[in-house]
Design a protein around this ligand. Structure first.
Ligand SMILES: Cc1cc2nc3c(=O)[nH]c(=O)nc-3n(C[C@H](O)[C@H](O)[C@H](O)COP(=O)(O)OP(=O)(O)OC[C@H]3O[C@@H](n4cnc5c(N)ncnc54)[C@H](O)[C@@H]3O)c2cc1C
Length: 283
């Protein structure tokens, strides 16, 4: 199918882009890699009369380390992030994840900002960024604000971003410990994703197509290293009850029982890879 005709705008600044979308209203959308947007338009699931291209705006693709943060520009593609030496040095889990998402055609076009703003409930980066304590910077013609990744995702395809706000950077604090991410993939997307960060304690975040990333509560005191709770099996048993209590959607891709099982496997694998063990639960 072909999308309905639309006007393509090429603003040169954030203020210009944001004002355009504010003026044009519901019929306008920001355009980054287009891997989600154009698909929706071709399938007639979304109708936009105006696409406001963000790619001509300087600086939105930059990846730098500044002060105590790794700053990733929203227009950096998954491929850019996977190849970035700054990311592989300071945040290897993000580097690896971005190198595995989708296929090479999507990775060279699709941006991290587009992934986050689209808020597809099966997306992987939201889960890892929540575990990494990342913050997201949003800029409009009149204001700028920073919001924790954990508060950005409100539900399936729903975020805290206002229509005229542009996601400009994702900022990840450095030196906050190590992290790992594991995804149980079927077809194009993951059925379950688990990300774990370890600093003073282990913090386990999961995604499973049920909306925003979710933190497993048993990870606080129970998983505290001071409690001597460091073996993968002990750590897993601390969150197993949380997994058993989750409300899991059953859909065309996976039933509830299977998806719950995959969440558990993803968490176990993420715990193992955090400790440098190669998939002991692989069979
Ligand atoms: C075949 C296929 C397989 C995939 N597999 C995976 C996978 O395994 N894991 C995974 O996580 N994802 C997967 N994806 C999703 C992929 O990561 C996203 O399609 C991509 O990152 C979206 O980025 P984009 O630049 O193309 O966004 P676009 O399509 O350009 O935009 C998406 C939405 O975000 C808005 N937007 C984009 N950038 C901004 C910005 N900076 N500020 C404000 N709003 C913005 C747009 O208006 C639009 O609503 C897959 C996609 C495809 C097509």
């Amino acid at each position: 199918m072909r999308p309905d005709p639309f006007t393509y705008h090429q603003p040169k600044s954030l203020a210009e882009a944001s004002s355009l979308v504010a003026e044009l209203g519901d019929g306008a959308a920001f355009y980054a890699g287009g891997t989600e947007l154009l698909l929706l338009m071709k399938m007639q699931l979304a109708e936009y009369r105006h696409l406001v291209n963000l790619k001509k705006i300087d600086g939105l693709k930059t990846i730098v380390v500044r002060h105590d943060r790794l700053i990733v520009g929203a227009l950096a593609t998954h491929h850019d992030i996977a190849l970035s030496t700054a990311v592989s040095k300071h945040c290897p889990s993000l580097s690896r994840l971005c190198g595995e998402i989708a296929n090479i055609r999507v990775r060279v076009a699709g941006t991290i900002g587009g992934n986050l703003c689209f808020a597809e409930p099966r997306a992987d980066p939201p889960v890892l960024l929540a575990a990494l304590d990342a913050v997201i910077r949003l800029v409009s013609a009149h204001a700028s604000r920073v919001i924790p990744a954990t508060e950005f995702f409100l539900g399936p395809f729903e975020t805290a971003r206002q229509p005229d706000e542009i996601l400009t950077t994702i900022e990840i604090p450095l030196g906050t410990g190590t992290a790992s991410v594991e995804r149980m993939k079927q077809g194009n997307y993951s059925l379950a994703t688990a990300a774990i960060s370890r600093n003073d304690c282990h913090r386990v975040w999961i995604g499973y197509g049920g909306g925003a990333p979710k933190q497993l509560d048993g990870t606080g005191a129970l998983l505290d290293r001071d409690n001597g709770c460091t073996g993968e099996e002990a750590l897993f048993s601390a969150v197993a009850a949380d997994i058993a209590d989750l409300e899991i959607p059953s859909d065309i891709e996976a039933g509830e029982y299977y998806r719950r099982h995959l969440i558990a496997v993803a968490v176990k694998r993420a715990l193992a890879s955090l400790n440098g063990i190669q998939n002991p639960w692989a069979h």
